[in-house]
Design a protein around this ligand. Structure first.
Ligand SMILES: *Cc1c(COP(=O)(O)O)cnc(C)c1O
Length: 406
């Protein structure tokens, strides 16, 4: 086989579909985020980032940076091993305690990313519980899907956020069949929120374990940043809460929080937990500092809400269509992959506004969008520039507007 020709041919067909990914090369500037520098064709350009998952700007928070610098000096760069062989640093143990406390659980288990925590957590539970049947929300993240697939257990997909459909599917199995229900709280691309209480009612009626991905909610929702389940007083009814340290907490890593025995079970049987180098201690310390700060401080969450509401109101004023949802994610709908990419390029080249186009397969074809994520560190001026640029391109491209909101 001529491998090179094969690779190029496959890539060409992706390009023709307008969904070939070109990474935007940027340099984030600590202290002035969301302002950054873009590197393109041997030159640089100042830009404002409007699509980051550093939702609260914690990636540049002094408490986080101080902790990371201190522990970098104290412990050095890397962990020096897997968790099993010399790599379990005091700072990992403290972080796991902090996470267990955040979610009101007995224990927590740290992974190198949220992706790995889903893949290994779900994969291990579903594979190692004999006869386990998995029930997965139709819009679950790729990391959950891959974990479930890897387990090779039987899996049913329930209609997105439809607790009634979940109930129907669960009803096909008797009480002796072990069941695992996997879903998210805030869905990343539409920004909608699951009816968690209804789903838990159904899980409890069928004796099913519940596994929630709160990746887009931890740090952001609940009085201590424990997520939507904390806000709704539901954490103690959920079997496993999974989260990331890489989005609102501004650092890197993933985790599950659950009972002592469940975490010990995953620790013992998950290949993706044990056969990989532990996170750098400085990173663990930075994450701990971030969680601690957001447990006690409401300022970031309040300002975040206000910024999101302001951007939505300004978009409504111009009739620019965005998906209504109860979260902090603002999907501005375009509905065509090439147009979506062109608008994004134009915003960047002419206004230094960086909003990544979101195309298939991340979202269904025909629902291509610009996913805007305002943060507490976006200023009024930043918002003015975003809105003016969007208004301009909407006129130029003769894109549909909604009649201006009252
Ligand atoms: C980003 C994401 C993850 C993965 O988390 P990382 O820490 O970035 O690996 C898991 N689930 C959802 C829903 C996500 O959007």
């Amino acid at each position: 086989m001529d491998f090179e020709t094969y690779f190029k041919g496959e890539l060409d067909s992706v390009r023709e579909e307008g969904r070939y990914r070109i990474f935007t090369e940027i340099e984030r500037h600590c202290g002035t985020f969301p302002h950054a520098t873009r590197y393109v064709d041997e030159t640089t350009q100042p830009i404002t980032v409007w699509c980051s998952n550093d939702y609260l700007g914690m990636g540049q928070h002094p408490a986080v940076l101080d902790a990371m610098r201190r522990v970098l000096d104290e412990c050095g760069a890397g962990a020096g091993g897997t968790r099993n062989i010399s790599g379990t640093n005091h700072h990992h143990v403290m972080l796991e305690r902090e996470l267990a406390d955040l979610h009101g659980k007995e224990a927590a288990l740290l992974f190198t990313s949220g992706y790995v925590s889903n893949w290994a957590g779900l994969g291990t539970l579903a594979a190692r519980i004999p006869g386990c049947v998995v029930f997965s929300d139709a819009l679950n993240h790729a990391s959950m899907i891959e974990g479930i697939r890897h387990s090779r257990s039987q899996c049913h997909i329930w209609r997105h956020n439809d607790a009634g459909h979940l109930d129907e599917l669960l009803s096909q199995y008797g009480p002796d069949v072990p069941k695992l229900v996997a879903f998210e709280s805030v869905y990343s691309m539409d920004g909608d929120i699951a009816p968690i209480a209804d789903i838990l009612d159904v899980c409890e009626a069928h004796g099913a374990m519940s596994y929630i991905d709160e990746v887009h909610a931890v740090g952001l929702y609940g009085p201590r940043g424990g997520g939507v389940a904390e806000r709704e007083g539901l954490m103690d009814r959920i079997t496993v809460i999974e989260g990331t340290l890489g989005k609102a907490f501004g650092v890197m890593g993933g985790y599950i929080a659950a009972s002592e025995s469940l975490c010990d079970f995953v620790r013992t049987f998950a290949s993706g937990f044990i056969f990989t180098t532990a996170l750098p201690p400085a990173l663990a310390a930075g994450a701990t500092a971030s969680i601690r700060h957001l447990k006690a401080s409401e300022i970031e969450r309040a300002r975040h809400k206000e910024r999101v509401a302001t951007v939505r109101r300004r978009l409504d004023g111009l009739g620019i269509p965005h998906l209504p949802n109860p979260s902090h994610i603002i999907p501005v709908m375009v509905g065509d992959p090439k147009k979506c990419k062109r608008i994004s390029d134009w915003l960047m080249d002419n206004h230094g506004i960086y909003v990544q186009p979101i195309n298939y397969p991340t979202v269904p074809r025909g629902t291509e969008r610009l996913r805007i994520t305002p943060s507490p560190v976006h200023s009024d001026g930043d918002i003015d520039r975003l809105i003016e640029a969007l208004s301009d391109i909407w006129s130029q491209c003769e894109l549909a507007r909604r009649s201006a909101a009252a």
